[in-house]
Structure formats: C-alpha cells, structure tokens
Write a protein that binds this ligand. Structure first.
Ligand code: FRU
Length: 487
C-alpha cells in the first residue's frame, strides 16, 4: 500500500520507491506541469543518477511517469532544467514546438548535454552531438544548467554552477553555447561549492514596470542551519552580466531551516499567470542518505510562489508562500478562535481536544507585552516527541526546535533548533504546514521561512499552545486537516 508507510509525506511529492534529490527540468507546457528529479531507481541511497518524472495539472496532485533520462556512455544524469522551444530554434521539431532538457552528464568530467521530446515529455531523445558544453579545463564542479529565453536580447541564457561561482552562457539554438560572464567572486555565502542556480526577473511590489532579477544559488555546505542550503542575490541582468545590489558580505537566505535545497522554478508559466513557482528538495546533504525512511527516501517542498516586496525598512526581499492551489487540500476545520486574550494558564489547555498529524495552522498573534510563546506539534502521549515552533522575545527569534522529534539518532547533525530574527515583531503571523515528516513555517506573509524534516512516532498527534509568564492576544488561530494527495 503506497503512501501508507511510516513517515510517508501525504501532500509533498515523493517517489514511489528509492532515492530522490534535486527537482529538475521543471516546465509548464500544454496544461501540464512537469517535475523531473534526481533519482536512483536501484536503491534508496544516492548512486547512479537518472531523471525520474511526474506530471501534474495543479502542482499539487502528481502522477508518476516512467524514468525520463538514463545514464549512457557520457555518464550519469545530474541536475538541469527544461524549456519549451516554441520556435524550433533547435531544428529538432520540424518547425513545430517541443520540450528540450538541458542537463549535466557526470562521467569523466562534468559536461552539459541536451535531450528533446516531441510528445509532451513522454519520451526523450538525447542529441547525438552531446555534450554541448565540454568539461571545464580547470573547474571540476561544473554543473546544473538552468536555461531560459531572454526576451530583450532574443536568445537562450544559461546559468551554470562552476566551483564557487556562477557562469553565464548564451545560445541561439540550445546547441552552440558561448561563455559570457561570471558572478560570485567573494559574494554571499562561500562555505561550500555552489550548485543548482536559477535566474529570473520579478516585479517589485507587483509593479510590472519596476523589476529586479533574482539569482538563486545553493551552497553544498556552510548554510545558515548547517550543511546545504539556499541563498539568493537581488540585482540586474542585462543579457550578459548579472550585477548584485547587495554588499559582497551580505547573505540572503531563502529558508532558515535545514531542509530546503536545490530549489528550481518552473519555466514557461504563461505571462498572464505571471507566477514564479519554486520547488526544492526537502533534505540536507549532511544526513540525506541516512534519514530513517524505507522503500523511498527524499521528498519535495510544497510549491511556493515567489514575490519581491519592499519591507517597511525600504529593503527589497524575496517573499514565499504556498501556491494558491494548496488551499484545495484544506479539509475539516479542527479549531478556530478569534480575538481572545490568553494567559499562560489558559494557553496550556487551549488545544487539548485537537489531534492532528497532517494539517495547516494559521495564526496571528499580538504581543501586547514581551513574552515567549509558541506551538508544539506532533506531541506523543508521554511527551517524548514534540516539535516546537516558537518565538523568543529576548532574541526576537522565530524558531523550529526538532530536538525531540523521536528519531534523531541516525545522524549527529539532525538534532537542534533553527531560528531567524524577525524585525517587526509586535504581530507574529504564522502559516505552518505539517506533514508526516516535515514542518514548513511561513511567517510575516512569507518574509521568513523555516523548513525542517521531523520523524515523530505516527501516533504523536497532540498539539499545545504555550505562553510563558504573561498573556498574548490571539487575533486569530485556525487549524485545518489537510487531505492526502495520493488517495
Ligand atoms: C545538488 C547536487 C547537484 C548535482 C546533483 C547530483 O544536490 O549535488 O549539484 O547535479 O545533486 O545528484
């Protein structure tokens, strides 16, 4: 019985069997969203990489498809992207349109190759002139091409991870590539190699005439919560060069938890829709191969809409929120209160009647005085398990503490607490998504996000609200159970 195994995510994408890491080749075409992913079909540990495949009409309910790309003489198939070749720039489609995947072949050296599909991603042909970019003579880590059509200059642009930099190439036809520029010398977080870049333009505060470019870059080690994680730069891209607006030593983290890596955004979502939707691998290279799941290992984050917004301090930041389609999964309302002042004592019993393991919690909490408060989820009968999502007034930090989420001992790096300091904290807004083995916490309308895996006992389903020494005003607190996408 698929999807009934211990820890099996109910509303996050996971493979039927075996290993998954990065999302790849995310593209929207002909009313379908395609998700490819780094996959080892032989084992539930990382190994020879293939591209697994799934298709969806709403990015929420996925249909598993056969493997799309297999290893060959040039190597195994590492991460990459996919685009719609609307004007047959490649000549692969007899003047019609089709899908092209651009990926890294990992064999003797890392090189970039392409494959194409004329049947909506059902079958793929590798280009017989592969690789289209040979290995770099000096840089071994040379991978993860993300390609898009640059409107203004009417050409394809590729962002490629190269050591601790991003290199930009351009091409008229996805076959002949020309090196243009590089970015990254001394910029941002440098704790590990740079991987899986993405580059896209977004309106600021929803104004299509005022835009900035976002360069998303993952680092293999030394991220905010330890191990691998995602950073981004905001700046400009003129078709040749990316320039960042940030001070070189400034770091923007995409997510403050431990488990949000190798994010990629969908290509070709229509302009009328205008959304930039990102999905990331919900794990961390520190312990990904060890997490205590059987049958399958690895899952994706909830798809997130990305927006640039100006904060009250005049800073432009990337905000994330679960895509609108996610609300379709809301099921029974388990709890709801509004405008209630709650003391420490009242808080302790507030959620006594609630049992939930797969749910969404939305809250707006007003701090009339400085107090620590929070919500504990996935609590077991004897309180051995609990995951705390809390706010600490002494540090102004929002945190997720998973150090009591049952199975931790598979890795010395799993235990712990991940925090972010909240600038404007008189009112704390929370949207918390809890699945069988994860929590995603979106705060202040998506300005701050913490994504963490957890491994509680299946019957750890109690919740508790706490307020330490004082009282708070709950402007609103709502809990809904979430339907499984696999029924
Ligand atoms: C990121 C990554 C990529 C690489 C892939 C291999 O998680 O290391 O850089 O292409 O995984 O599976």
């Amino acid at each position: 019985n698929y999807y009934a195994e211990e820890y099996r995510p109910q509303f996050h994408f996971s493979p039927e069997e075996n290993w998954l890491n990065d999302p790849n080749g995310m593209v929207y075409y002909d009313d379908e969203y395609h998700l490819f992913y780094q996959h080892n079909p032989h084992d539930n540990e990382w190994g020879p990489m293939y591209w697994g495949h799934a298709i969806s009409e709403d990015m929420i309910n996925w249909e598993h498809r056969p493997i799309a790309l297999e290893p060959d003489d040039l190597g195994t198939i590492f991460s990459g992207s996919a685009v719609v070749d609307w004007n047959d720039t490649t000549g692969f489609f007899d003047g019609e349109e089709g899908l092209v995947a651009i990926f890294t072949h990992n064999g003797s050296g890392q090189k970039q190759s392409i494959a194409y599909s004329s049947d909506n991603g059902r079958s793929w042909e590798k280009y017989d002139g592969n690789p289209v970019i040979p290995p770099h003579p000096e840089i071994n880590d040379f991978r993860d091409p993300k390609v898009f059509w640059h409107e203004e200059t009417e050409k394809w642009v590729m962002a490629l991870a190269a050591g601790k930099k991003i290199m930009f190439y351009d091409s008229p036809n996805l076959i002949d590539w020309n090196f243009m520029s590089e970015f990254g010398e001394g910029a941002g977080a440098q704790g590990g190699v740079w991987e899986c870049p993405d580059l896209f333009e977004l309106p600021i505060d929803g104004d299509p005439n005022n835009t900035k470019w976002v360069l998303q870059v993952d680092i293999g080690d030394g991220a905010i919560a330890g191990g691998s994680g995602a950073q981004y730069f905001i700046g400009d891209f003129d078709g040749t060069t990316f320039t960042s607006d940030d001070e070189p030593d400034h770091i923007n983290w995409l997510d403050y938890g431990a488990d949000f890596y190798a994010g990629q955004s969908f290509s070709d979502i229509p302009d009328e829709d205008g959304r930039r939707v990102m999905v990331a691998w919900m794990s961390n290279w520190l312990y990904a191969n060890r997490v205590p799941t059987e049958v399958w290992r690895g899952s994706m984050s909830v798809p997130r809409s990305l927006e640039l917004k100006t904060t009250d301090d005049g800073i432009i930041k990337l905000f994330q929120s679960p895509i609108e389609e996610f609300t379709k999964l809301r099921d029974k309302e388990l709890f709801k209160i509004e405008n209630q002042v709650v003391s420490s004592k009242e808080a302790a019993n507030l959620l006594d009647e609630i049992e939930a393991d797969v749910f969404e919690l939305n809250a707006e909490i007003q701090l009339d005085q400085p107090v620590d408060f929070g919500i504990k989820v996935r609590i077991s009968e004897e309180n051995e398990d609990e995951t705390v999502i809390g706010f600490s007034e002494s540090t102004n930090e929002l945190f997720v503490k998973r150090s009591q989420s049952d199975e931790l001992y598979f890795s010395p790096y799993f235990d712990g607490s991940h925090a972010v300091s909240i600038d404007d904290n008189k009112i704390i807004k929370l949207q918390i998504l809890v699945d069988k083995n994860s929590v995603e916490v979106f705060s202040q309308n998506g300005e701050y996000v913490i994504t963490d895996l957890i491994f509680p006992r299946d019957d750890s389903r109690s919740l508790e609200f706490y307020v330490e020494d004082g009282e708070i005003t709950i402007n609103s607190l709502e809990i809904h159970s979430i339907k499984s996408t696999w029924n």
